[in-house]
Every structure is written in structure tokens, then in C-alpha cells.
Ligand binder design. Structure first.
Ligand code: SF4
Length: 366
């Protein structure tokens, strides 16, 4: 198979003539019979669509579904979400990762609540809100407000790059804009939301990254890559980012049945969530610092962030209540000592929550 990374001598096909009517009819007919049955499609209001789109950024549908239901149960309207505390929102978000999404969600809810609960009814207006980029604005505006505007995410890039057999690159902003431009005359003014959702569904169920199901694709007769047998070439991809590897020793201090945690910097990697203490040192002499009788091995865990990878070894450190031998926390603050129930209620950084689960399986904290 040809390497799909960017190659400077890649043959650039002439842009094929677009048949807007043919694409619309085939795609919408297929969508009417074969579109996915997703819960947010049962509601047309901007709140539900916005919530689902923010959750689906960098998250699979099956993972996002219970969170979507949970948020709508806790906060049925955007004005309810605006009244929640940030900590409540982060707690409900726990497990979805990329917490800046949750913070922006909360900020946006407050702004929209200040507009009497009404989202701006255009993509341009929606883009002014925190956490809403071009794709999300296009999706909300076309589905909730019927604006004839594209919504180009990774799935749509793949479909259109193959359909037109153009060497567009997934993740390159200039190419995403070219695809928006390509789609503008194709979007049907009477069903823009359905058209965008049909493209998303096609990318998710037919035009798969590997082994696309072209025989079942409604656009098969119009697809240049399928006619050439070059589907595997598109879209091109950028060289992967290297992940920096970091080793950490996670220290969970327990005194009188309570556990110490620290609130992290808003701007840092763990973005304002709670975390246990840790050492950056790659090889601390743990035997000398805490004798075996005072520690419990909580095992290894690897957490992968977008550009780095933490290799962690966890230790539960049992402190004597008569001695104040707990080292200073990373923040230089005292830290907060919590009971088991309190520990379960705070939003904990996902990288470290696995150690909380292991701690709960033991019988040390009350
Ligand atoms: S025919 Fe195949 S490559 Fe072309 S859009 Fe359909 S699934 Fe994708």
C-alpha cells in the first residue's frame, strides 16, 4: 500500500466536475433509510446538539453517550447548566478527558444564559463562544438553525478527499477550508443539517479509514478514488508527533484514614483538577525515604496525553498521626486531606484516577 504521508511529488489530480444534485440526492436518500439513530437527533434544539458535539470532540460515540444522558438529566436546559458550579461540571465530566472542553462548556452556558438561554442562530455568532470552532459552529448552525453551511470534521475530510481524489491532508487547516469551499455549492438549502449529518454517517459507517465499504456507498458512482482504486491514498496524513516519555512516582499520603490531594494549576497539564502528589524524579530511592512497613505498592500505570506519556509507579504512604513527616506538596501548599467519600466526589485528573480506584480496593481510607 502506498504511504499516505505527504509527499512533495504526489500527483495532483485535476479537480473533478462536481454534480451537486447527484451528490445531494444520493446522500439524502441513503441518510433517510440508513442514517444512525443517535439520541441527540431526536431533539432539534441547539443545547442538545451543542452538548453532543462538544462531547464528541476527541471522544467515541459509545463513550460519550452515557455522559450526554447524564448531563441532560442533571441540567435539562442550558440555563440549568449555567447555575452549576465549575466543580460540579468537572465532576460530571470525569472520565471524558480533555477538561478544557468542560470548562468552556460551562463558560458558554453562562454566556448563553445571559442571552435568555438562546444560542446565537448563525455559525459566525456561535464561533464567538468559548470552545466552538468552525466544525462545531457549522454542525449546530446547520442542524438547529438550518443555515446552509458545511461542518467539516475528520470523517468529512476523508469522504471528500476520496470523492474528489485530492491530496488534502487531515488536520491541515488550509485543506479543511478548501473542503468547505468545495462543499458550499453542494449543500442543499432546504436540508443542510441532514446533509452534514449524512456526510458524518457516511464517514463513520461506509468511508472507513481502512477497507472502505465502497460497494455499499451511495456515492460510489461519483467517487473518483473508488473508480481509480486509490481510496487508500486519501486523505494524506501528517507525520505523527513524537510523544515525550516521562517517569513519575505517584505518592498517595494517608494519615488517620484521610488522603492528601492538591488542586492543580488551571493552566497546567491537569488543568485545575485534583491530583495526588508525585515526584518527577525517574529513580527515587523509595526504600530509604519510606521503609517497607509504611508503604503499599499500587502498581504501574501508563497515561497518554496528546504529546506526552507518563509512566507511573504508585505508592500508598501510611503516615503516623503523631509525626508530621509528610513532605511539602508540589504546589507548596499544605494540600487537602479528604475522606474516602470526599475523594470520590471531587473531579480527579484522569491520569491519576486509576490509583484512586486501586486505593478504594484496599481498606486504608475511611
Ligand atoms: S465510494 Fe468508497 S471511497 Fe468513495 S466515498 Fe464511498 S466509501 Fe468513500
Amino acid at each position: 500500500m502506498k504511504d499516505k504521508r505527504i509527499e512533495h511529488d504526489d500527483q495532483i489530480n485535476p479537480m473533478p466536475a462536481v454534480d451537486p444534485q447527484g451528490i445531494r440526492e444520493r446522500l439524502l436518500n441513503w441518510y433517510d433509510h440508513s442514517g444512525r439513530d443517535l439520541p441527540w437527533r431526536q431533539r432539534q434544539d441547539a443545547y442538545a446538539i451543542w452538548l453532543s458535539e462538544i462531547m464528541l470532540q476527541q471522544t467515541q460515540i459509545q463513550t460519550a453517550l452515557p455522559f450526554y444522558q447524564r448531563f441532560l438529566t442533571l441540567w435539562p436546559q442550558v440555563t440549568d447548566l449555567a447555575l452549576a458550579t465549575e466543580e460540579q461540571v468537572l465532576k460530571a465530566w470525569e472520565g471524558l478527558g480533555y477538561y478544557s472542553r468542560a470548562r468552556n462548556l460551562h463558560r458558554t452556558a453562562k454566556i448563553v444564559a445571559g442571552r435568555e438561554g438562546q444560542f446565537p442562530p448563525s455559525a459566525a455568532g456561535l464561533r464567538q463562544l468559548p470552545g466552538i470552532g468552525a466544525y462545531t459552529a457549522g454542525a449546530i448552525a446547520s442542524i438547529a438553525f438550518h443555515e446552509a453551511i458545511p461542518a467539516v470534521d475528520g470523517n468529512v475530510v476523508r469522504v471528500i478527499a476520496r470523492l474528489a481524489a485530492q491530496p488534502w491532508v487531515r488536520g491541515r487547516e488550509a485543506d479543511r477550508k478548501s473542503i468547505e469551499h468545495w462543499l458550499e455549492p453542494v449543500i442543499p438549502p432546504d436540508r443542510p443539517g441532514d446533509f452534514n449529518q449524512a456526510l458524518m454517517d457516511l464517514g463513520a459507517t461506509r468511508c472507513l479509514p481502512s477497507n472502505p465499504r465502497c460497494a455499499d456507498c451511495p456515492l460510489r458512482s461519483l467517487c473518483v478514488a473508488a473508480s481509480e482504486g486509490t481510496q487508500d491514498r486519501y486523505p494524506l496524513r501528517r507525520a505523527p508527533n513524537k510523544q515525550a516519555e516521562e517517569k513519575k512516582v505517584v505518592l498517595i499520603f494517608c494519615r488517620d484514614g484521610r488522603i492528601r490531594v492538591n488542586r492543580q494549576d488551571e493552566e497546567g497539564l491537569l488543568s485545575g483538577l485534583y491530583a495526588f502528589d508525585w515526584l518527577d524524579s525517574t529513580d527515587p530511592d523509595i526504600d530509604t525515604i519510606w521503609p517497607e512497613a509504611e508503604r503499599v505498592n499500587l502498581g504501574h500505570h501508563v497515561h497518554i496525553f496528546s504529546h506526552r506519556r507518563w509512566q507511573m509507579q504508585g505508592w500508598l504512604i501510611l503516615l503516623d498521626s503523631s509525626e508530621n513527616n509528610c513532605p511539602e506538596s508540589q504546589s507548596g501548599e499544605e494540600g487537602i486531606w479528604l475522606t474516602r467519600r470526599q475523594l470520590d466526589e471531587i473531579p480527579m485528573a484522569r491520569a491519576l484516577s486509576v490509583f484512586r480506584d486501586r486505593l478504594f480496593a484496599l481498606d486504608y481510607c475511611r
